[in-house]
Every structure is written in C-alpha cells, then in structure tokens.
Design a protein around this ligand. Structure first.
Ligand SMILES: Nc1nc2c(ncn2[C@@H]2O[C@H](COP(=O)(O)OP(=O)(O)OP(=O)(O)O)[C@@H](O)[C@H]2O)c(=O)[nH]1
Length: 311
C-alpha cells in the first residue's frame, strides 16, 4: 500500500494545573532529563522552554507560561488578558488533574478559563490528563475521569502516571495529533542540561549584544544546541577537559545578521572569544565555541510562530 506519509507536526504546548497537580513531574517524564534552553528570557521569549521532544514525525516544545503554570498568580488583575495571550500563543494545552484528589474549585477555575478561551478564539485543543493514576484503584480512576469529562470540553482525556511511566508515550502521541503540520521549531541535536545551557546561552547573548543593544533590541534569540566532550579529551588524563559547544543565534533580518557578524566576520570572532572566555571559566574546561547566525524568517516563516518565539 502506498500513501502520503503523515505530515511533520510541531508546536508549543503548555502544561497547566493547580499547585501540586504533577505538572513538573509530567513535563520531566515527557522530555526526559535533557532540555534545550533559549536565553534572554523574559525579553526574548514570553515562554520559558522547559524541554523539547524530538521525534521523527514531530517536535513538541513544552513551555512554562507565566500565569498558568502557577495558578496562584492567576488571581492577579491582568488575569484574563494574560491567560488569553498565553493560550493564544500555544498550539495545545495539557491540563493536569491529580487522580488522588477530587476535582475541586482550583480545577474548576482553570477549566472555566480554558473554556472561555476556547469559545473566544479558534479553539486551542486542551488535553485533560488524570495525573498520578498510580495512586488510586481503577474504580476511583474511572470516577475521576468522569468528573473530568463533566468539567469542560476536552480534545482528549488521558490517564497518566509520570512516576510509573504509564501512558506518558500515549499522551505524547495524542498531543502530536493535535499539533499543526509544520517544520521543527528548534534545531535537533543533543540537548543539554538546563543550568549550564542557560548560562552558556546568556554569556553568548551578552557578548553578542555588547555595544549594539540599540540596534538589536530584542531581536536576538540564543539556542544552545550541543555541549559535547571532545573524544579522548575528557580530562581523565589530568589535562583540562575539552568541550565542543554549538550555539545558534537567531535574528530577524539580514541587517541584524550583518551587525552580529561584522566586517568579514570580525565582530562574530570577538563575540566568540569573549563568550568563550566566560564559558571556559564557567565550565572549567577548554571550549571550542561554534557560533551560527541564522535569520529566523528563513527558519520559520510564519509570523505567528516568530511572535511566539519572542521576535
Ligand atoms: N505517585 C505519583 N506521584 C506523583 C506523580 N506525579 C507527581 N507526583 C508527586 O506529586 C507531587 C507534586 O508534583 P509536581 O510535579 O511538583 O507538581 P506541580 O504541579 O509541578 O506542582 P507546583 O509546582 O506546586 O505547581 C510531587 O511530590 C510528585 O512526586 C505520579 O505520577 N505518581
């Protein structure tokens, strides 16, 4: 049988739910321990990227969304705007409802916000997740799923145990099914551990903006693709370890790319050596820093997606 393969899908997903609902544990279970980081937040992106799932058929970018990640802050006065802005910029929402708790006022509150949003805009699919399903017997889980179904209009309802690994892959499959067709939003590659990568990205961003802050206000996003030990130079023989660090700088326009790169690459070399010194000090290693400057419009043509990335 021949047929066209399903399209590659990509998009931003935010995980919401009341405190202690299991959001962080679920996020970690979905992405594993590896995360990719964009720097310069909050100026460059409104969302903090928590992790990226790379698959042959899809890329899922999990983001923290101010206001919804921690429902407490929803009580602020900008509540409605914030929620609307936030949710209109993601492609799907995961709404966590812990199985070991009855559906309560906190859940209903978030459900109302999500429903109001779905009514006011092109519906952002919301996948309701019964988290911590390992903590309750089957009968109780069934009741919980019914209570969730009554709470609102969900694109899907999936019981999951992030701790037991139960249905985490199923949830990812379901999410991918709700994402729009589109190319990967971030380069693939070995992703790195968060704190180091954040600091590396910040050092590069600092160096790249040095002296040109007015010309490149917020149009610069820095993504650390890879931090890998050079083969045979891991420091085990007593010499300093050596790391290959690959970083992408995304700008908006040709003119901005020209500013970063400078005449015959002179400025980019300065940026590289300044950032490299900082990174070497930070990581306690010799570093080969590989900087790539790209224009985001070549990388993602859709203005809506650029806006989501903070351009
Ligand atoms: N048994 C079990 N416990 C879980 C599971 N997922 C999360 N937990 C526990 O529930 C507690 C809260 O989980 P978190 O992931 O921190 O919840 P959160 O929604 O991010 O919490 P806030 O940051 O307060 O909003 C932790 O003690 C987790 O270990 C699960 O699938 N099974």
């Amino acid at each position: 049988m021949t047929g066209t393969p399903p399209p590659f899908r990509s998009g931003f997903v935010c995980v919401v739910g009341r405190p202690n609902a299991g959001k962080s544990t679920l996020t970690n279970a979905i992405v594993g321990q590896k995360v990719a980081i964009t720097s310069g937040r909050p100026q460059t992106t409104r969302h903090v990227v928590r992790g990226i799932v790379h698959r042959p058929d899809a890329q899922v970018v999990l983001v923290d969304t101010p206001g919804l990640h921690r429902p407490r802050t929803l009580l602020g006065e900008r509540l409605n705007d914030l929620v609307r802005d936030t949710l209109s910029e993601v492609d799907a929402v995961v709404f966590c409802l812990p199985s070991d708790q009855r559906v309560g006022p906190g859940d209903r509150y978030i459900a109302q916000q999500l429903t109001a949003l779905a009514e006011s805009r092109a519906a952002t699919p919301v996948v309701a997740v019964a988290t911590k399903s390992d903590l309750v017997p089957k009968g109780r889980l069934a009741e919980h799923l019914m209570a969730i179904a009554e709470l609102g209009e969900w694109a899907d309802i999936v019981p999951v145990s992030a701790v037991g690994g139960y249905q985490v892959d199923t949830l990812v499959d379901v999410l991918v099914g709700h994402l729009p067709p589109g190319p990967a939003l971030y380069p693939d590659g070995e992703l790195t551990d968060e704190p180091e990568a954040v600091m590396v990205a910040e050092l590069v961003r600092e160096a790249a903006l040095e002296g040109v802050r007015d010309e490149l206000p917020h149009s610069l996003a820095v993504v650390v693709d890879e931090i890998t030990p050079r083969e045979g130079r891991d420091g085990s023989d007593g010499s300093p370890p050596f790391l290959d660090v690959r970083v992408h700088l995304f700008v908006e326009r040709d003119s901005q790319k020209a500013i970063i790169i400078g005449k015959a690459g002179s400025r980019l070399r300065e940026v590289g050596s300044q950032a490299r010194r900082g990174i070497e000090a930070l990581l306690g290693a010799k570093v080969y820093l590989d900087l790539h400057v790209k224009i985001a419009k070549d990388w993602q043509r859709d203005p809506k997606q650029l806006r989501r990335l903070g351009f």
